[in-house]
Design a protein around this ligand. Structure first.
Ligand code: ATP
Ligand code: MG
Length: 247
């Protein structure tokens, strides 16, 4: 499978500040990548840099084999970068359906298909963006990115601040997108357990640098690495009371 997105030695930030240093990654067609890391380590900056809204100091970015390093954000979007930002910017004064039809472009994902993915949005099709719950707004933000028929979908902490039942629903849809629909994507998340099951590979960021790269399945079972970089002990296995009492 060819690479759909590559970053080579990308250093980026804001104004004079370098936030992300020397990041390289390659995403193949149909592949899903988790970007993990604690608060403030540069996860959003990595996505923003792919989108083109940071200051690039060094490096190269390609999309579908084309160099997009110098391309303006709107041209990158047109070239196939679908972005669901952390703050879910939907049009609050447009209805759900208008939000979708305003941006839809011909392709596999049309309004009908995203309604099948998010039946809740179909029920709310006539409601304004500002009448939606946080979870529904997030579904709309994802749906909007999909009807642009992107080559790669970038999701920034898609379940942050949402009720547990909505989190479950969203994670199921994302798993379906990545696992069954073959969507290529990057999902940024602080909580590894939410996304390691639905992605192929994972990166861990710390202070703006990629400090660990692994298959998601392997990382899921690598309690030591998760603990070291993310400070999470494996959930499914209670820690022994004393060292050495494991069977
Ligand atoms: N617009 C900006 N201007 C200047 N510095 C910024 C800007 N946005 C973020 N930063 C700084 O860049 C660093 C990384 O921020 P970033 O938002 O990329 O982290 P993050 O991993 O996404 O964090 P979180 O988990 O809180 O979303 C932080 O130190 C932050 O203060
Ligand atoms: Mg962030």
């Amino acid at each position: 499978m060819p690479d759909v997105l590559t970053l080579e030695g990308v250093t980026a930030g804001y104004a004079e500040a370098v936030v992300l240093s020397g990041a390289s990654l390659a995403l193949r067609e149909g592949e899903a990548l988790a970007v993990l890391g604690r608060n403030g380590v540069g996860k959003t900056t990595l996505l923003n840099t792919v989108v083109g809204v940071t200051r690039l100091f060094a490096g190269r970015i390609t999309l579908g084999g084309r160099d997009v390093t110098r391309l303006a954000p709107e041209k990158r979007a047109a070239a196939g970068i679908g972005w669901v930002p952390q703050e879910r910017n939907i049009f609050k004064s447009l209805t759900v359906e208008e939000n979708l039809t305003a941006v839809a472009r011909p392709g596999r994902w049309d309004v009908r298909r995203v309604y099948a993915l998010f039946p809740r949005l179909q029920e709310r099709r006539g409601n304004l963006g500002n009448q939606l719950s946080g979870g529904e707004q997030q579904m709309l933000a994802i749906a909007r990115a999909l009807v642009l028929n992107p080559k790669v979908l970038l999701l920034d902490e898609p379940t942050e601040g949402l009720a547990p039942i909505i989190v479950e629903e969203l994670l199921r849809v994302l798993a379906r997108l990545f696992r069954e629909e073959g969507m290529a994507g990057i999902v940024v998340e602080q909580h590894a357990h939410k996304v390691l099951g639905m992605t192929d590979r994972a990166l861990i960021l710390d202070r703006g640098a990629i400090v660990h790269a692994a298959d998601s399945a392997a990382l899921k079972d690598d309690a030591a690495t998760l603990e070291l970089h993310l400070g999470v002990a494996r959930k499914s296995e209670p820690r022994p009371l004393r060292a050495g009492n494991r069977t």
